[in-house]
Design a binder for this molecule. Structure first.
Ligand SMILES: [Zn+2]
Length: 311
């Protein structure tokens, strides 16, 4: 479990309201009598931890979102402010960084343009960070003019390498997937990637359903990511028990997408989309994946859309 090396645990205990995945540092519930109504286990509102086996890579989690940041002697590379509707998250994030290092925050990199991950960048900008994102993320954000969204200063098309204080971070666009602006952030020395919203860990993807996802290109994108030499993935939402992702998780997700796509195409060709395909198409092989029951119909719906109109 990577958070054995937890170095900072910011305590802002919430009695209620946090339904995110409990990090391992949350004490196990006491052996309450079974008859008692299940009380929500108090969970820290946010927490920062260093990734096992590294001396420079950290995860900041706030409720059910998380971001990677990298600390080097020459400064910090932060990612996703994760502060949509909660500016206090970015403030806490910056304070957490400043507890670890006095080095300046040099960069803030957006994983993609969705507000739940990138709103709230002002404290980073105020601290002097250069904001970097994919070119289309900048275009979309400039058009939306969100009040709490900092427009990127610099853009990436295919790839950019940031080198800072002995750390190399590659920002790689592997094609459209969960969005049309996703950057995979790859630390080649540490063999870690930060990839957000398009690789579910042991689960049926819940984010395939959104209208701006690109199902077929998503598969191609995963294949490209699998060719990179990484071993662990930091996800944008905590994995089960706070664990990091593996190539096996990504291969499983790719296989699920490929198999479901093929089954839904058959249904579409037989004129069964959207109904009865959403009820009839099932992949029992993947039935043990988390969220199978809740998400399978949405996934089928999205593929039906694709196979019926090409987007
Ligand atoms: Zn997203």
């Amino acid at each position: 479990m990577q958070n054995k090396t937890l170095i900072t645990l910011s305590i802002a205990m919430l009695a209620t309201g946090f339904a995110g995945i409990s990090p391992a540092q949350t004490p196990a519930p006491a052996q309450a009598p079974a008859a008692q109504a299940p009380a929500a286990a108090p969970a820290p509102l946010f927490a920062t931890r260093k990734v096992d086996g590294t001396d420079n890579v950290y995860i900041f989690r706030y409720q059910n979102h998380q971001a990677m940041f990298i600390v080097t002697p020459a400064g910090v590379i932060a990612t996703d402010p994760i502060s949509y509707g909660r500016p206090q998250a970015a403030k806490a994030y910056v304070e957490e960084i400043q507890k670890i290092t006095k080095a300046p925050i040099k960069y803030l990199v957006y994983s993609h343009h969705h507000y739940d991950h990138i709103a709230g960048g002002k404290p980073f900008k105020d601290a002097g960070a250069i904001v970097v994102a994919h070119r289309r993320a900048k275009e979309r954000l400039a058009a939306l003019k969100g009040l709490d969204v900092v427009i990127p200063d610099q853009v990436v098309d295919g790839k950019r390498t940031i080198t800072l204080g002995g750390t190399t971070l590659e920002l790689i666009f592997t094609g459209r997937n969960h969005s049309d602006s996703s950057l995979v952030m790859f630390l080649p020395k540490e063999k870690i990637i930060f990839a957000v919203d398009f690789n579910s860990l042991g689960a049926v993807p819940s984010r395939l359903a959104v209208n701006d996802s690109y199902p077929l290109e998503w598969e191609a994108s995963l294949k490209k990511i699998l060719t990179l030499n990484w071993e662990r993935q930091i996800p944008g939402h905590p994995g089960p028990g706070g664990r990091l992702g593996t190539k096996k998780d990504m291969e499983e997700q790719l296989a699920f997408l490929t198999d479901l796509s093929a089954e839904v195409k058959k249904a579409s060709d037989a004129g069964k989309c959207f109904d009865p395909a959403t009820k009839d198409v099932r992949l029992p092989k993947y039935g043990t994946l988390q969220g199978y029951e809740q998400n399978i119909e949405w996934n089928i719906h999205r593929w039906c859309g694709y196979w019926g109109r090409g987007i």
